[in-house]
Design a protein. Structure first.
Lengths: 140, 394, 387
């Protein structure tokens, strides 16, 4: 048996709109684009508010809390060395339920993950990016 | 005469983002700018757009060639549509317009948003130092046949075709240069153009040779920018903000080998039969055309199109443009009146449609062609890609 | 005025055939031309989805240009539609081309060599595999190891099961029922009987989807010929009129931001289709519904309007969609058992049924078929009506 090292995460191309999302974890912040006029969160990020048509839309820190909207437990090893199983989830941010983040739920057994589970963000640094991941909120 | 579907379609609004050699905005934001401007120009609301078409669709490869597809744009504007299409295998850049016409004819849409976004200025500064090949990457598709031979840019590939044209037509560099000189003169009157300082024939002849016989001033300018147009069903276009610009006829055929190496007529590329198709669908003739916005990815394409449309005979472009008078703003056939891709920036034939409509609506300011132009011929090209349209106001 | 399908053809489908894509395509084209009673010189348009791509091995090895050259076609019109209303988009734009007078007979094709390509050492459809950074819409999915459509379909399925009580047994009935159809289809690749026990014991791919919930990568090609109204009559077979098409998309064009994760683009597209016809869902005789993953079938049943939201499990449990049911779905075995031709195989089978050529699996008197392709946010739907 030869050891296969876990593959690095595939990483996104970042542009002027998405850079803050993928890098603000350096400061422990989850940042989502938000309209300055009507306070609507816009994701994926684009400086245009589809609700009020304002162009004043910019990244803003959110609480980092959210809930699991749905999930799947991946069992198939898509690339050599990929540790399985892992939980892939869509998490709605606490501030606005139509902003959904694709993420992995970490720090728990896959069997523990459920609908509506309260989760909080943490960040994994990869190259110059900080990938937002979520884990269950523990305690009271 | 048979009723052709394009005659029931019209351009009702146009929009363009800032066009620059390096934008502070993302490609998606530039697209949003252009699309919102086009929708407002037509006098429509976002909710009235019920179709999207683009060419060649999203290419998320960092090349900047087409960074935004219909999905990203639809989500950014939260449009609710009955039809959407983006794809590259089509009759050139105008394939998106032809798809819009089809969707309208099929009763799926009333107002289709057509857009084209390019982010090549930024891309050239980063990953893609040149247009076609990235170091260390294997090439697939039509350019696989060129890649091993140091064909780093479209300019080299196109120079092969251009050289044959020069050989067959006997055109001299001083004649070719009139295309670039004319367009730079027009760009000087266009506040949105990239390069606005006039050039002389001496400047042209002194400009660096990229690949014989192609000089720097024969090549269009990579930019960051987006253009958008609204194509509407004619019966829904009459009471909008602008007088409708009818799509009188289109040329979309491909009756030749679809190949960047095996084209039938290398020096005139794919275009002659495309123009023939367009003329077969209208009673108008070259004599009715007031202005022309001809594809100018390279100046040589513009020469091709003067001949293919029949404004002059085959290999007669050199005489037609001699001295530059005929194609000037006050000439008998003003060509690329906003500066074209050579001077205003490479929006890949959609800058040409934008300029065509601006002229036909009489909104071109200092560069407005006199005499209230009503009919414009416009075209796209490049290797086997080709499409053309005849646009008529009213 | 309506366009019609006048001929269809499939190549000999198989797993790891080692035959080049063009050989499959040429065989399918010859069969489709013969079915329509056309000569290749009659073909003046060509169309495909998504067009030639390099991203995922074998997923779309052929573009319009090389097919046109290889078959020696002289076409006046061509198009490929990667960003459109799903795998059916080429048939829709072909219908537009013949209705706008740009062509009379359009050859629509879909060729895949995923089986050979994946066996040759390259991995399954991993988006962005081989490129340094992921761009576009995938950039929001892949960094979290949402590698495959099975993951995206998985999270939809989890949510749907949670809200409506659909179980693995219901999904199993879809897979088992389609396998029963495949046993009657000599062209299907999976022809070994499948029982519920075997289904439930299969390895999990991305919960709740197991191996048998995923379609089968194959090598093969499908050709569908779309003809102008005046050119569709007097062919070998009765014209199958495209009675109505639907391509609407009301929500965001993404897998992750759709407001209701228990619906798909299918719901928008099918609703728009019904606005364009006097027929009603109860008039349907046979259905071709996209089954890239089994979970798409219940969602499509609801999208097409055969039952209310959340009620598809009852239709499935009552045996309505399997052999002998009132609304037979994917009668050739579908992609789950006949092989993944990315929607084209399903439409091919609907045509076979409408022409009454389904052999042991023929649905008596089939005249009206609903076809739905696409999963997640993209979808196209159409009604086919035999003259």
């Amino acid at each position: 048996m030869t050891d296969v090292r876990p593959p690095p995460r595939a990483l996104p191309v970042v542009d002027k709109d998405s850079r803050t999302f993928w890098t603000s974890g350096r400061d422990g912040i989850l940042a989502i684009h938000r309209c300055k006029q009507c306070a609507y969160y816009v994701h994926p990020p684009v400086p245009f508010c589809p609700r009020c048509e304002s162009r004043e839309v910019a990244p803003e820190a959110v609480s980092g809390r959210g809930t699991v909207v749905t999930f799947t437990v991946n069992h198939k090893q898509w690339v050599p060395g990929l540790p399985v199983p892992y939980v892939l989830a869509l998490v709605a941010i606490a501030e606005q339920d139509d902003v959904r983040l694709v993420t992995n739920i970490t720090d728990c057994d896959p069997g523990e993950v459920g609908f509506g589970m309260a989760v909080e963000v943490w960040f994994e640094p990869v190259e110059e990016l900080w990938v937002p991941l979520f884990r269950p909120v523990r305690g009271s | 005469m048979k009723r052709f579907a394009e005659k029931d379609c019209a351009i009702t609004g146009v929009g363009m983002s800032e066009v620059s050699r390096g934008s502070a905005k993302s490609a998606l934001e530039l697209t949003v700018d252009a699309c919102l401007e086009a929708i407002a120009d037509a006098g429509l609301k976002r909710g009235e757009i019920d179709g999207i078409a683009t060419w060649p669709g999203e290419r998320a490869d960092g090349s900047g060639f087409s960074p935004v597809g219909s999905a990203a744009l639809q989500d950014a504007l939260r449009l609710e549509v009955n039809w959407y299409a983006g794809g590259g295998e089509a009759p050139g850049q105008y394939g998106a317009v032809f798809n819009a016409i089809g969707a309208i004819a099929a009763g799926l849409c009333r107002h289709v948003l057509v857009f084209r976004t390019m982010y090549e200025a930024t891309a050239r500064k980063t990953a893609f130092a040149n247009a076609l090949i990235r170091a260390g990457e294997r090439q697939a598709g039509p350019f696989a046949w060129y890649a091993p031979y140091h064909t780093y840019a479209a300019a080299l590939q196109q120079a092969l075709f251009f050289n044959l044209y020069v050989h067959k037509s006997g055109i001299r560099p001083e004649q070719v240069g009139q295309i670039a000189i004319n367009q730079r003169r027009n760009a000087g009157l266009n506040p949105r153009a990239i390069y606005r300082t006039a050039i002389t024939i001496e400047d042209y002849l002194a400009s660096p040779v990229i690949a014989t016989p192609l000089r720097l001033y024969d090549c269009d300018v990579p930019i960051d920018g987006a253009a958008a147009i609204v194509v509407s069903r004619l019966d829904g276009a009459r009471d909008l903000r602008n007088p409708p610009i009818r799509i009188e006829a289109i040329g979309s055929s491909m009756e030749y080998r679809n190949s960047w190496t095996q084209l039938d007529a290398l020096d005139t590329q794919a275009q002659p039969r495309v123009a023939e198709m367009m003329w077969s669908r209208t009673q108008l003739t070259t004599a009715d055309v007031d202005i022309a916005q001809l594809y100018d990815g390279f100046s040589f394409h513009t020469l091709n199109w003067l001949e293919n449309f029949g404004f002059c005979e085959r290999y007669g472009a050199k005489d037609f443009i001699e001295g530059g008078k005929r194609i000037a703003l006050d000439g008998e056939l003003p060509v690329n009146t906003g500066g074209g891709a050579l001077s205003a920036g490479r929006l890949h034939a959609y800058g040409a449609v934008h300029e065509a409509c601006t002229q036909l609506w009489g909104k071109a300011g200092a560069r407005q062609v006199a005499g209230d132009p009503k009919v414009c011929a416009t075209s796209t090209a490049g290797g086997p890609l080709a499409g053309c349209m005849l646009l008529v106001r009213g | 005025m309506k366009a019609a399908i006048t001929g269809t053809g499939l190549s000999d489908l198989g797993r790891n055939t080692g035959r080049p894509a063009m050989a499959h395509l040429a065989q399918a084209a010859r069969r489709a031309l013969a079915a329509a009673g056309l000569d290749r010189n009659d073909i003046d348009g060509i169309c495909t989805y998504p067009g030639k791509t390099d991203g995922s091995p074998g997923q779309s090895p052929l573009g319009t240009g090389e097919v046109r050259a290889a078959l020696g076609l002289q076409t006046r019109w061509h198009c490929a539609v990667p960003d459109g209303p799903s795998q059916m988009a080429p048939i829709m734009v072909a219908a537009m081309a013949v209705l706008t007078g740009q062509a009379r007979h359009v050859l629509c094709f879909r060729a895949l060599t995923e089986s050979s390509s994946q066996s040759a050492g390259r991995r399954a459809s991993i988006p962005g595999a081989g490129s340094a950074r992921i761009g576009g819409w995938l950039s929001w999915l892949v960094p979290n190891n949402a590698m495959s459509a099975s993951n995206w379909a998985g999270w939809m399925a989890t949510r749907y099961c949670h809200e409506f009580g659909l179980t693995r047994e219901h999904l199993g009935m879809v897979a088992v029922g389609q396998r029963a159809f495949a046993l009657q289809n000599p062209a299907a690749v999976m022809r070994k009987p499948l029982g519920m026990d075997e289904y439930l014991a299969a390895r999990m791919i991305s919960s709740p989807l197991c191996l048998f919930d995923c379609d089968v990568p194959i090598d093969g090609a499908s050709v569908i010929i779309v003809s102008a109204p005046d050119a569709a009559r007097d062919r070998t077979r009765a014209p199958l009129w495209i009675e109505a098409m639907g391509a609407a998309l009301r929500g965001p064009e993404t897998w992750d931001q759709r407001a209701d994760l228990t619906t798909m683009g299918a719901h928008d597209a099918a609703a728009d289709m019904w606005l364009r016809t006097d027929f009603k869902p109860a008039d349907l005789d046979v259905l071709a519904l996209y089954d890239g993953f089994s979970i798409f079938v219940p969602l499509w049943l609801e999208a097409v309007g055969l039952c209310g939201h959340g009620e598809a499990k009852d239709l499935i449990a009552a045996g309505a969609i399997g052999p002998g049911g009132r609304y037979p779905v994917n009668t050739g075995g579908g992609q789950l058992s006949a092989g993944r031709l990315h929607g084209f195989g399903l439409i091919h089978e609907a045509c076979i049924q409408l022409w009454g050529e389904g052999g042991n699996r023929q649905v008596d008197g089939a005249r009206l078929a609903a076809c739905g392709t696409g999963g997640g946010f993209i979808a196209g739907s159409m009604l086919l009506l035999r003259d």
